[in-house]
Design a protein around this ligand. Sequence first.
Ligand code: DGY
Length: 425
Amino acid sequence: MTHPMIEQAAEILRGNDRGSYTVPTHGLYPFQWNWDSCLTALGLAHFDEARSWTEIDTLFDHQWEDGFVPHIIFHEADDGYFPGPDVWQTGRDVPTTGITQPPVAGFAVRRLFDRARDTDLARRRAADLLPRIARWHDWFYRCRDPQGTGLVAIIHPWESGRDNSIDWDAALAAVPTDGVMSFTRKDIQHANPDHRPTQAQYERYIWLVQHFRSLDWDHAKLHDASPFRVVDPGFNAILIRSCLDLAAMADTLGQGDIARSARAQAQKGLTALESLWNDAHGQYLCHDRAANTTVDSPSVGGLLPAFAPIPAARSKAIVARLEVIGKRSEYLVASHDPDSAEFESLRYWRGPVWLIVNYMIADGLRTAGEDAMADRIVAESLHLIEQSGFAEYYDPMDGTPCGGGSFTWTAAMVVEFLTKGRVPA
Ligand code: DGY
């Protein structure tokens, strides 16, 4: 018999399905989001393999000529979201934003490929997606690492996926607000304002959008022209993992050039990632590339490198950090250290637990042989759902559900956790 939580998750995935893509949740996020879609595909694959490939294909159908893949595709008009296409003005036939998001596509596609029941379909779809994902990765290293350090920078907090993390506070303070348009936020009409970013943060988010727009979304210029340039260890770990997964698939599919290049990118990234390790915190920290300073902020972004094949000693240190965080909160993994003065248990990425992050950390720890902590993260994740339903995120102290409800990627992760990736025959 199917687990009742899988039935509930399936219903959420169906309810948010728009045919060729899935919205994260009705109302608050009415379009296709980049990393949401890729992680959602993992859950969809359990029920309908062809549909799961389509989810990622649809995203890559909107890849730009330079290799960039946008963070939102505005498939249908919806004035319930701000900032919409009229603010971004990227000039695409189907409007998109001009910033990107954590590149989980390579990882997700490999997972679909490895588990495929319809192996002919998987070979065809993966062979077609591989070069497109490789072009996106090349875009990252070309446009977001112009000095060739091995690590890419984000130029807008939204690119990290951890929108209002404490990690960005100092860097965002350096972003001006003069000339920022007057605007009405829609997010706080759908979700509790106490769970969302502040108005001061939104003004800087929009200033950056206006700034990039004034540069015609020319990605060759945006990195150097942005006052906000931060190297996020979690983001880089996701890119490294995706490069390695891409390389593995490319080997299997006889795409040797892609395999070689992706492996070299990952190797360089892994070596450079070591520069972000911080002994005092026992975890990785962000680097503010614009200010050339270490960001002294112990967030989950510094634990996410567990998702990449980091040295065993680093994985063990991350487990030790998780044990400490686990003593200070009821549910792993708080998105910020609960002992930090800035920690806010309900406010988006300044404390709450996110199931997609739990999934990636647990996956990496399992590969590193840290099964006990991986099991604990999965068990606490499922306990959250039993207690509080399929929310966008949760208070790590008491499990209060926060943000949007009936949330797609939360549902997809529940399917992943409960099936342990096994798909029905
Ligand atoms: C939002 O609108 O809150 C999104 O996270 C931006 O991508």
